[in-house]
Write a protein that binds this ligand. Sequence first.
Ligand code: C2E
Ligand code: MG
Ligand code: MG
Length: 768
Amino acid sequence: MTKNLDRSRRESGARVASNDDTQRLIAASQRLAAEVSRMFASEPDIADRHYWLETMVNHIPDYIYAKDLEGRFLIANRATVIDNGFEDMQDLIGKTDYDLHPAEMVGHMAATERQVIETGKPIFGMEERAFVSKGYERWLMTSKVPLRNKQGATIGIVGVSRDISDRKKAERLLLGQARLLELIAKSTPLVDFFNELILMIEAHQPGIVGSILLLSPDGRHLMTGAAPGLDKAFSASVHGVAIGPKVGSCGTAAWRGEPVVVADILSDPLWEDVVDFVRPFGYRACWSTPIRSYQGKLLGTFALYSREVGLPSAEQNELISMAAHLAGIAIERRQSEERIQFMAHHDALTGLPNRVLFDERVASALQQARAAGQSVALAFLDLDNFKLINDTLGHHAGDELLRLVAARMLACVRKSDMIVRVGGDEFIILLTGLPPDSGIVTSRLEDIRTAIGAPLVLSGRSLQVSCSMGVVCYPDHGQTATELLANADAAMYRAKEVGRNNLQLFDAEMAKKAHERLLRHEELRDAVARGEFLLHYQPQMNLKTGRIFAAESLLRWQHPERGLVSPAEIIPLAEETGLIVPIGDWVLNEACRQNKAWQEAGLPPIVVSVNVSARQFRERNWVSRVAQALEESGLEARYLELELTESLIMQDVGAAIATMHELQALGVHLAIDDFGTGYSSLSALKSFPVRRLKIDRSFVQDIPGDDDDKAITGAIISLAQKLQIEVIAEGVETQAQVDFLRASGCHDVQGYFVSRPVTPAALAALLA
Ligand code: C2E
Ligand code: MG
Ligand code: MG
């Protein structure tokens, strides 16, 4: 770097003086060499030695001088004489620095000299600004020692100063770089960082102007990044320029992906097309280099402009690559910050805003609407049967569907609207800037529903998806986001309730229902806390032997006012609230305990079957809970059967089969409840480790009148036989049903024909 600095100084404005220095040095060293050879030709005498010493001192480019107690020059070497503006030493002698330089500059130096004289102690290696600038800021490293006479009394000082401007400059550059890196670390806005970077380089290279251009997102244009010193009109004209093989220095550097050095803008073919435009600005040379990411991706360009024709010095080249490097780090860092920021606020799959961003924006959207007297519509949207698509066509297809749906929705809304993915297949649509009239809201949302419902091809299959929406309008249905979301949820609940594939606008009735639901949730919670549940048992009988071989445990709620409440009411509520988990645990433990108690009472051992809900089945430690229930009750695993539904298994077939195998390993039996009502594929059935299918009551109930039901029931029975799975018919009430089942080969039945669900005591009596 030092070498480069020397060279650049020779080439810059300050170079005339330096050139003289060099000439003088060359001449002096030639003289010195001549003198030395002359002296060694014969024995040197004192005078020779004195002359030799003087010549040597004059040969040195450092300043060497002595001053008296008043600061008057006593003697000085040639460099000191010349740089103080004299030709002859005699002209300098007797003068003080005050005679030569402005007093405010001299003060500090005079003070240090006084200190040396007063204390008699030398000062070594002190850094100070030089009086003589030579066209650039100069720094000296100075040492001063007391000058003493033969008696040892201080009679002045001797000073030696060396020019350390190069080192200072390099130091300043390093400090500048450190500061720039600090700015990057502090995430300073890019423009501020660029300005700082360019100003540092411009301070280092007087007369040179820096510019940073950034690659546009489409990768085809350059946009102004920063150019604090460049003419504004010139800068503006460069902004947005398309990169290409003949687009000035920067456009070409970006195009070629390599530095482009133009020594003379006015004659270089790369600038040919714009030369008349550039001419008045006076820029003559432009040296540009690509800014790249760590991986080498093009990010922009860094350029230096000079008003003089020429190539960059080695130092300037170094500055350019240093600046491009730092700019690259800063841009890359900003881009990754932006990516992180984006990821925190968007859904990775669809690119839609996520719940976090929605929460940030919704309040201000409402506030704006309030101020403008406008309306805002908020819709919850849920795809119908998304799980089914996910399970049957695979997650890949499911992801593709979500992306497709997102794109279709986006195509239906305006820029100011917002579509948010809140999870799984659930979205929020926020329509803003609406006139206060909800008619338009439903029609716009219906457009979205129609768009989603259009046929599509997924994994090579063409299909159609539908969705359900719950819609609220601000200000009619709520004032705050929380209120609106809760009401949209209630409307969505209604949409699902009436059979999906529809849109429900919130109304007061829904609010009432939602409120009631809330009350019922609370009531159920209390029931759990108070232990108001009990189990009834419904026997299962083999028609051939007439033996009761099992009993299904069925949940009942002993309500303080309403009496016995059926599970049809309890279970959905419990599933909604998650209370199904503690309730289900209780059922499992109670059924095991009861069965063991019957056995201990000496009754013939039977299997007790327990219904399992999807939510329970998905619990992480579900298998170990079953194991624990068996252990605590002391019931052998073979006396416990768990009833799973097809839909439970189909929610995640792979995971379900794995759990089923774990349960099987415990020795517990598994049955598929309500068989025939779900979607389980017959091929998958083979891989389920189940012992029993329970034919759903709905097929049995119209036997023998309904031919279809007879056919289905018959088919399930023969399917079970082929797969060597046991089969039992549920809801058997009549002799005619029994006759049909028996004839079809199904000998196990459960239903009122045998017994209604009864209390444990009643079941014990039946067993006995
Ligand atoms: P499920 O497992 O299919 O239970 C059979 C249901 O059919 C019982 O209704 C039973 O009383 C009824 N039933 C049995 N035989 C006949 C008949 O001949 N005719 C008619 N009309 N009905 C009959 P219940 O007790 O109301 O249970 C309804 C559903 O609630 C059960 O259907 C089961 O899915 C669920 N459930 C019951 N207890 C629990 C439980 O502890 N946990 C879970 N997760 N679900 C339960
Ligand atoms: Mg059941
Ligand atoms: Mg059933």
